[in-house]
Design a protein around this ligand. Structure first.
Ligand code: NAD
Length: 473
């Protein structure tokens, strides 16, 4: 704030996804004097943002959007106009893992970031602050600067900032309105510091100044990858311990509780489960692995790669437990999958453990019935399909059904598998006596999220199998 800087009046956000949408909606809601336009090439997505049924499910999002849409918050496909009008532009496009070519399976596909950057350079008619909101490999801002400067109209100046997003899906609005910190990375030049101060003012519309941290561009970019790697590492660590618990009689919830009470460790993100999912953890760690390798640090790469491998192993271990409990064959048996989203309070299924599990169950020739309160049927079919296989849907329908309720999914099932920790699957919410009555016997229940009351279910008659607790039969 002590450096001279411009007040931001108009913001454009390129990318109306899980990050761009909620983030810029909160910015608009908290800064009524700033005009915010969120643009996307995907016309269906923009139409949904302008409708009553928003394209993503996120608690509290409807209210935020309704409070300012049409006032100072706009959703549009007119990318050029929004760029021309804005003095600050967020780039919040997808950066998925590359599936082909150099670095396939590890490196981030930066094609969307590059094309959005070129677009800005091509149409901008005045100076702009360009903010990297997408999660990107360290030093991407350098490439963006190069592209912007090489394509800028004469006399136009671009400042580039890194402002990684730390929101988690399912709690996006709470995370955005009450963030642990806001990170702004800039070049350590007068222009860079001034641009950072302009962006800091936007967040100061509701965030305490002390929580708005400025640092150099590369630290900021790397901090995002580092934060996700450290969070995922905690999950893989507790999941690795869950395997030892299952084999010894220790209880992973108790171990987690005991360790978490240590102030140096802390209790958050120490919950054992069937494995982490979501579009970011795996992608960002693989990115860190690729970065380490390209810096000729193979041991560092191997260290982080293990976090992802442990996650795959956890899913496989869970499947093996289901098979062995169900008398070593799943052929023709009915398995009810409760929850398909990668976690509760979101309809997002990207990298969801349930997808992997369903694909394994298909190979075991099980019949699978899936229920999720927020994931659309169309999405589930898309996730189950193997890319490039003809008549896949017909084939899938021989083994998979999608149920309208948890109870319906469980009818005639040999086993119920909780994959997502939705509150409605808790003992207090779902009538497990009814579920039990409708199931094949013996009736098994596998809790991949540690949300169930084992004792209560056993009293009903279930065989209960929990992650991180020894087998009960
Ligand atoms: P998303 O796929 O939901 O949204 C990206 C949007 O960008 C898409 O709608 C796409 O159509 C649009 N887009 C791509 N190129 C465009 C262009 N040139 N012009 C206009 N629109 C364009 O992705 P997301 O989940 O919002 O993630 C965006 C970024 O934020 C990623 O880098 C991700 O790693 C990061 N991030 C995600 C989360 C999360 O929880 N999802 C959290 C923090 C950071």
């Amino acid at each position: 704030t002590d450096v001279p800087h411009k007040k931001v009046e108009k913001i454009c956000c390129i990318g109306a996804g899980y990050v761009g949408g909620p983030t810029c909606a909160v910015i608009a809601a908290k800064n009524p004097h700033i005009q915010v336009t969120i643009v996307d090439l995907n016309a269906d997505r923009i139409a949904a943002w302008n409708s009553d049924k928003l394209p993503i499910y996120e608690p509290g999002l409807d209210e935020v959007v309704r409070s300012c849409r049409g006032r100072n918050l706009f959703f549009s496909t007119d990318v050029d106009k929004a760029i021309i009008e804005a003095d600050l532009i967020f780039v919040s496009v997808n950066t998925p893992t590359k599936t082909k070519g150099q670095g396939a399976g590890y490196a981030a596909d930066l094609g969307y970031v590059e094309s959005a950057t070129r677009h800005i350079a091509k149409v901008a008619q005045g100076d702009k602050i360009v903010v990297e909101k997408s999660t990107v490999p360290c030093r991407t801002a350098q490439s963006m600067r190069f592209i912007l400067e090489a394509n800028a109209r004469p006399g136009i100046h671009f400042d580039i900032l890194s402002n990684p997003e730390f929101l988690a899906e399912g709690t996006a609005i709470a995370d955005l309105t009450n963030p642990d910190r806001v990170l702004i990375g800039s070049l350590n030049t007068p222009a860079g510091r001034s641009a950072a101060a302009s962006l800091a003012d936007v967040y100061a519309g509701w965030v305490d100044r002390q929580q708005i941290i400025t640092m150099n561009l590369w630290s900021s970019e790397l901090s995002k990858l580092a934060a996700n790697a450290l969070l995922a590492q905690r999950i893989s660590s507790i999941n690795a311990l869950s395997a030892i618990c299952e084999a010894t009689g220790a209880d992973v919830d108790e171990v987690s509780y005991a360790c978490g009470l240590d102030q140096r460790i802390g209790k958050r993100f120490l919950k054992a489960s069937v494995g982490f999912g979501g579009s970011c953890f795996q992608k960002d760690i693989l990115n860190l692995v690729y970065l380490s390798e390209s810096l000729h640090l193979p041991e560092v790469a191997a260290y982080w790669r293990q976090v992802v491998e442990m996650n795959e192993y956890q899913k496989k271990r869970f499947l093996n437990r289901i098979i062995s409990c169900l008398f070593n064959t799943l052929t023709g048996k009915k398995i009810a999958i409760l929850g398909f989203a990668f976690k509760k309070d979101t309809g997002d299924t990207r990298e969801s453990a349930a997808i992997t599990l369903c694909k394994y169950l298909r190979q075991e020739r099980a019949n699978v019935s899936i229920y999720d309160p927020e994931v659309e049927e169309r999405q589930i079919w898309m996730d189950l399909a193997e890319p490039g296989v003809q008549d896949e849907r017909k084939e899938l329908e021989k083994q998979f059904t999608i149920a309208p309720s948890a109870l319906e999914a469980c009818k005639g099932a040999d086993a119920v598998v909780v994959c997502t920790e939705w509150d409605e699957f808790r003992n207090s919410k779902l009538d497990y006596k009814k579920v039990y009555a409708e199931m094949n016997k013996p009736a098994f229940i596998f809790d991949g999220r540690l949300i169930l009351d084992q004792k209560e279910l056993e009293e009903i008659g279930f065989h209960v199998e929990m992650i991180g607790r020894p087998r009960s039969n």
